[in-house]
Each structure stands twice: as structure tokens, then as C-alpha cells.
Design a protein around this ligand. Structure first.
Ligand SMILES: [Zn+2]
Length: 230
């Protein structure tokens, strides 16, 4: 999931059925303290940093993960690069879960690019989505529970003929024995809002501006709080 994603929720690209899916091979230890560093924060508006921080705290409400913001880049687990762009788009990518540990300390593990005219809610949606990846959660449409049948030619064309991008962002389907997953959730923050023409069997996806009820529930199943009955 380290590929650049088009995460503009106001359009059609980004966004699960009641489904949230974690890659068990890269999830963090339960209760882990994630140290987060903002790269060159003075270049960005304080409001943008606050939105990204609050998105992290939203996941922390439902998952037993501690997210702390540090000034020491070398000891950080997650490094966030924020960029300002033209227009109203919001794009992002994030390294998946513990794959962050194999990145050099001077490299970002998450990126959020924000247009000068971007709406606050769109930024929050993308930030929540990328934080999900940082916790090891994959795209809802990559879950073993996803029943979408892709119209491959249409999707590949949408990706500019880039088969690697189409595979990574759309066609990839995770293996059951490497994941834990809920039933499919078309409202997950981890799904794209997928165009009807991309599918041979239309399943409406409705990614919103916040975690879905299933996202909240399954975040606590992947990362359970002490005393929680699973
Ligand atoms: Zn994504």
C-alpha cells in the first residue's frame, strides 16, 4: 500500500461491505506504542497537522494502540510527510503496518498531499484511511470477503495502462490465512468509492468521512483492549 493512491473522496477513486481486514503478518503488537514524527512540520499549517493528529486519535479510541508524537526522528516508527498542492484534491499513501520498520529513519512512511482548496472533511477521510494502513489494515476491496468482480480492462485503462498500479490498488485479494477480517463492509474508511463501470457485479461502495461502525468494532477486535471479550 505504499503506492500513491488517489484518495479524493469527492471523486470516485478511494475509499469495504461490513468488512475490515488486517494483514496479520504486519500488525503491531497489541497495546504497542507507536512513535510518530512529522517531517518538516514548520512547512505546513497547524490546522493540517491537527487534522492528521486527530485522525490518529480516532483510531486510538477504538484500537488498543498508543500513538504518541515525538521530536526524535531516529527513534520514530512512523514518519509523516505533508505536501501542499494546487486545487482541491487530497492524496495519500502509507506503508502497511510493521513494514514501516524496514524503512530508513530519514524516509517517510506516510504521505498526505493536500490541495490548497481541499475541504477539511476530505483531508480527515484520507488521513483516517492512511492511518488504517499504518496499523496494518488493508483495503476493504482487497479483503478475502470482498465479492467484487472487476472489469479488468476498464480498471487498467483508468490506471493509465499501469498494470502494477491496477493490481496494487484494485485487483489484489489477500489470502485468508494471512488476514483477519470481518464480513465485507462497503462503508469502510478503507475502501475506495468505486465506479460502477469498474465492476461486472455492481456493489455500491459508500466510503464516508469517518470510520464506519464496522471499522470501529473490528479495530477493537484486531487490537483488543484489556478485559475485552472477543
Ligand atoms: Zn489505501
Amino acid at each position: 500500500m505504499s503506492n500513491q493512491e488517489n484518495n479524493t473522496i469527492s471523486s470516485d477513486q478511494h475509499g469495504g461491505c461490513l468488512d475490515l481486514c488486517i494483514d496479520s503478518t504486519v500488525s503491531w503488537p497489541n497495546g504497542h506504542e507507536l512513535k510518530v514524527f512529522f517531517m518538516n512540520p514548520s512547512e505546513y499549517s497547524q490546522e493540517l497537522i491537527t487534522i492528521v493528529k486527530l485522525a490518529a486519535k480516532t483510531w486510538e479510541t477504538y484500537a488498543n494502540i498508543k500513538i504518541i508524537f515525538v521530536n526524535d526522528q531516529e527513534s520514530s516508527d512512523i514518519r509523516i510527510s505533508l505536501q501542499s498542492t494546487q486545487g482541491d484534491g487530497v492524496r495519500g499513501w502509507s506503508v502497511l503496518g510493521r513494514h514501516c520498520e524496514s524503512r530508513r529513519y530519514d524516509e517517510p512512511t506516510m504521505s498526505v498531499s493536500v490541495g490548497r482548496l481541499a475541504h477539511r472533511k476530505a483531508i480527515r477521510s484520507v488521513a483516517l484511511h492512511e492511518w488504517g494502513h499504518s496499523l496494518g489494515i488493508i483495503h476493504e476491496h482487497s479483503s478475502p470477503a470482498c465479492q467484487i468482480v472487476w472489469d479488468r480492462d476498464v480498471v487498467i485503462s483508468h490506471c493509465g495502462g499501469n498494470l502494477h498500479k491496477a493490481n496494487t490498488n484494485y485487483f489484489f485479494r489477500a489470502e485468508e490465512n494471512k488476514t483477519r477480517y470481518s464480513p465485507f463492509d462497503p462503508e469502510s474508511i478503507m475502501i475506495y468509492n468505486i465506479k460502477q463501470i469498474f465492476m461486472k457485479n455492481y456493489i455500491e461502495t459508500r466510503r464516508g468521512e469517518d470510520l464506519s461502525d464496522t471499522d470501529k468494532q473490528w479495530a477493537g477486535i484486531f487490537y483488543p483492549f484489556p478485559g475485552t471479550i472477543q
